[in-house]
Design a binder for this molecule. Structure first.
Ligand code: ADQ
Length: 745
């Protein structure tokens, strides 16, 4: 899935034709697209001129190439693509802040179009598919899709730089963007530096998050570029080029006309060279190709005018009747023409002020089948991390750059050859095929289901055979209960004539995930709960710290009891009203809120969350030293609210400080349930974190307590993961099923 499909739709002699594009992303992904037999979703380009019939024909035409168009309205193109993507994210991620317009942001449309893409993706998704999402226009897509397809395998690759956290801080929506990406199982970048920048930004957002990221430097298709260089057409172009040069040295620049490509600074450095070395006049030419790009955006239109003025100035100052120093070409050229230019250029100038990778630099090396040519490369392009044998320059230093141009011309033949030989080896060793395969392999590894986790069940659990046995997790804690103990636990559950199952949610029924909003119950979890509550004399209750509205939304339709906010709210029967543990709101809430709110206002990055019976001070995004000082000042001020007199308990959590109504804990739920139980009913309580210890403490001695995970616990049994607990519950269901089917004797 990418913003743009890899095609150009043209009207030729009244008929619509579809051509595959040859740009970097398109070339890189065409191979995997062809080989995987998968679908490619994206915008096919401006369709406003098309009639309905033509649009339909186009869709059918694209479908035959497994391309699925996502049509955008002119307003969406204007505000999502040209607006937020290209006027805000593009300059920001290239650290060129003065190109970001003030005012209207178009953020809402960006989000809306990402949702539109999510609809298209989910509509076409089939179980087992791998989703590979691309680039800065679709940064919210991973989480949007994840919310609807919790088990899907999702990879994301960013083709442009990821800026340092300091630069990212400029963006008011950075948190949404980061969280948007975190839905992916793997996030790829061109270089380690971008990956590190991303990690740092996420750490700043929430130190407990551990995204899986990696550097996957994109390459080019060297064999194809070499073959192209040998085609008769390319060779003919090369001969024509040489003839037109008449022995002059050739400098070459090839770029999309974009302010990140450093074209103006390059031209000015060239101007300096001509001013310094008058002996080169008449013996040197620069060909600058510029592909038209984003010309509806004012900054790009201005850049075009400015480049043209600069070319005019240099040619006017140094040119003669016989000699024009700069040939400027404002259009795309054919692959053969491009190959000939690469082969004919003595010096290739790739001098962006910032570039995710830059494939032109690699294409140049790949095209040099003769082993000649010199590459001058900006150290601020991602490609500079690999192409160390180029002459590296800082594009912001005009004098240094013009000296490097001069040095490139004068490089001794031996040095020129070994440099190009080394560069060609680097390009050959990192083919674009390996880039795609490397990413997809890593993605498969990163999204491997949790230990023992099986893929979504295709039949309802209640009638299914027992689930696959848990696979061995190499990092599983060693102190889980041994198999025969688990078997014993299972037997007791199966044999009980009545049961009460009290289950925590996060970390117990579903794995802890990077972002709490992603922990939505799978079909399997929901169907397990439903089937359990349908067993005779079996009550199922979920007890969680989550707000009751969340529980209602995700589990409210099941025939089970629900308890939110650690037992402050309870809904004992399905569809019964929620009841609060106390009639009135705790008295400390209002005054304590005032104190904590003041603290939150003074500590940048902190926030206060209020639930019915608690106040939570979140400081994970605050600067750690400042947070420490703020807590030291806050805690004494909370003393009056603590203990019997104040009505609250103070709890230290992970980067949170919580003031909670005294006496509210998960154990109170059990106290309320016990009197309603049939005599001799077996109680099973399962949980994974400190708040569940309160629950375990209140389970009568003959009951079963199960801790999920590796932290210390007073529970009698210990299972390695939510998967193991689900397997236990599935075994209970299967045993009951078998019993029902047994012939009556
Ligand atoms: P781009 O910014 O488009 O890509 P780049 O990687 O250099 O930059 O790719 C440009 C492509 O366009 C090359 O394949 C080149 O051959 C072609 N091209 C350029 N000028 C041309 C012309 N006049 N005629 C014909 N073809 C021309 C973004 C990021 C990059 C990243 C790529 C891939 O900005 O940093 O390398 O994606 O991830």
């Amino acid at each position: 899935v990418s913003n743009r499909l890899p095609v150009t739709v043209r009207r030729e002699e009244g008929k619509l034709t579809v051509h595959l594009s040859t740009g970097g992303l398109a070339t890189g992904l065409n191979g995997p697209h062809r080989e995987s037999q998968g679908l490619w979703l994206g915008w096919p380009g401006d369709d406003t001129e098309l009639s309905d019939a033509e649009r339909e024909g186009l869709t059918a035409d694209l479908a035959s190439q497994r391309l699925c168009p996502v049509f955008l309205t002119p307003d969406e193109v204007h505000r999502y693509y040209e607006g937020f993507s290209n006027r805000v994210l593009w300059p920001l991620f290239h650290s060129q802040l003065d190109h970001i317009p003030l005012g209207d942001s178009e953020w809402d449309v960006y989000r809306r179009v990402n949702e539109k893409f999510a609809d298209e993706v989910c509509a076409r998704y089939r179980e087992g598919d791998t989703l590979w999402l691309h680039d800065y226009q679709l940064m919210l897509l991973p989480t949007l899709v994840r919310k609807r397809l919790p088990r899907a395998r999702i990879g994301f690759f960013l083709h442009i730089p990821f800026p340092a956290p300091d630069v990212l801080r400029v963006l008011p929506w950075r948190e949404e963007l980061l969280r948007g990406l975190l839905g992916a199982d793997l996030i790829g970048f061109h270089t380690e530096v971008y990956a590190a920048n991303f990690r740092a930004a996420v750490k700043e957002l929430d130190p407990s998050l551990r995204p899986v990221v990696g550097a996957f430097p994109m390459g080019v298709d060297m064999p194809a570029l070499e073959a192209l260089a040998h085609t008769p057409l390319a060779m003919e172009c090369l001969l024509n080029l040489k003839a037109s040069l008449g022995g002059q040295h050739l400098f070459l620049g090839v770029d999309r006309l974009d302010y990140t490509k450093g074209i103006r600074r390059r031209l000015m450095a060239f101007e300096r060279l001509l001013a310094r070395r008058t002996d080169l006049h008449g013996r040197l030419r620069l060909i600058q190709l510029a592909v038209p790009s984003r010309d509806n955006i004012p900054d790009y239109a201005r850049l075009r005018a400015s480049v043209e003025r600069l070319v005019g100035r240099v040619n006017g100052t140094f040119g003669t009747v016989e000699w024009t120093p700069i040939r400027y070409v404002y259009r795309a050229v054919t692959p053969e023409e491009l190959s000939a230019l690469y082969q004919g250029a003595d010096v290739m100038l790739v001098t962006p002020t910032r570039d995710g990778m830059n494939l032109v630099a690699k294409e140049y090396c790949a095209a040099r089948v003769d082993g000649g040519g010199t590459l001058v490369l900006s150290e601020l392009a991602g490609a500079a991390q690999e192409l160390k044998e180029a002459l590296l320059v800082n594009p912001y230093d005009g004098e240094e750059m013009s000296l490097a141009f001069e040095r490139a011309l004068a490089l001794p033949e031996g040095e020129r050859r070994w440099r190009m030989k080394a560069l060609r080896k680097r390009v050959a060793d990192n083919p674009v095929k390996a880039w795609a395969q490397g990413f997809l392999d890593e993605l498969a590894a990163a999204s491997k289901p949790e230990a023992g986790e099986v893929t979504r069940p295709s039949v309802p659990i209640s009638t299914a055979a027992p689930l696959e046995p848990a696979r061995v997790d190499p990092v599983a804690p060693i102190d889980v209960s041994p198999p025969d103990e688990v078997k014993g636990l299972e037997r007791r559950l199966v044999n009980a004539h009545a049961r009460l199952l009290v289950l925590d949610y996060d970390g117990t029924l579903v794995p802890i995930v990077r972002s709490p909003e992603l922990a939505v119950p799978s079909i399997e979890v929901r169907e397990t709960l439903r089937a359990l509550s349908n067993l005779p004399f079996t009550q199922v209750h979920v007890v969680s710290g989550r707000p009751r509205l969340w529980l209602e939304e995700w589990l409210g339709d099941l025939p089970i009891g629900l308890h939110g906010e650690h037992g402050f709210w309870s809904r004992f029967e399905p569809h019964a009203p929620w009841v609060a543990r106390s009639e009135s709101l705790p008295g400390f809430l209002a005054p304590a809120r005032k104190v904590m709110k003041e603290a939150a206002a003074e500590l940048p990055g902190s926030e206060l969350e209020q639930k019915s019976a608690s106040l939570t001070f979140h400081y994970r995004r605050a600067e750690p030293q400042a947070a420490k000082a703020a807590l030291a000042a806050l805690v004494p001020k909370l003393q009056p609210f603590l203990g019997e007199a104040g009505g609250a308990d103070l709890l230290y959590g992970k980067q949170v400080l919580e003031l909670r109504a005294r006496g509210i804990h998960k154990g109170v739920v059990l106290e309320a349930l016990l009197p309603r139980l049939p005599k001799g009913a077996l109680i099973l309580a399962a949980g994974d974190d400190a708040t569940d210890e309160d629950l375990f403490r209140d389970v009568p001695a003959e009951g079963l307590t199960v801790h999920v995970g590796e932290t210390p616990s007073i529970a009698r049994y210990r299972l390695g993961s939510p998967r193991a607990l689900l397997n236990l519950l599935a075994a209970l269901l299967a045993a009951h099923d078998a019993e029902q089917r047994a012939p009556i004797t």
